[in-house]
Design a protein around this ligand. Structure first.
Ligand code: CU
Length: 135
């Protein structure tokens, strides 16, 4: 009888341990699953300190794998191209998108929060992509 009485408590302990493992401290969800945004599902990894984080910003970006780029918090992405002909704006993803309202003001964007941030050319919707920022 005592054995049966103790069983629910043992099961509860097992559930608690499972829950703690799932919360894995220090690993944000964004570091695990590539986000789907603006046709991006796989991302070129440019998280290394010496990686090239400059995109050729012209019509060819439509088929350039670099339009889906993965970086780390604190890194920047530079758009090398004619920002007057191809002004940049935000398109989807997490809030506080650095591309929001950018237009042709700056070619270099800083990312100080983890998440995914979509971008698009205001004149050509096929020019779009996403920056996946991991912690
Ligand atoms: Cu354009």
């Amino acid at each position: 009888m005592d054995f049966l009485h103790n069983r629910p408590r043992m099961m509860l302990s097992a559930l608690c341990l499972t829950g703690m493992a799932m919360l894995a401290p220090g690993v944000p969800a964004t570091a695990q699953d590539a986000p789907l945004l603006n046709g991006c599902s796989t991302y070129v990894d440019r998280t290394a300190d010496d990686a090239d984080r400059t995109l050729s910003w012209d019509y060819a970006i439509e088929t350039n794998p670099e339009r889906c780029i993965k970086i780390r918090v604190g890194q920047t992405v530079t758009f090398d191209g004619d920002l007057k002909s191809h002004p940049i704006d935000a398109q989807g993803g997490n809030a506080a998108n650095p591309f929001k309202g950018a237009e042709s003001s700056t070619p270099t964007f800083s990312f100080d929060k983890a998440g995914v941030f979509g971008f698009v050319c205001i004149y050509h919707e096929e020019m779009q992509g996403a920056v996946w920022v991991v912690g």
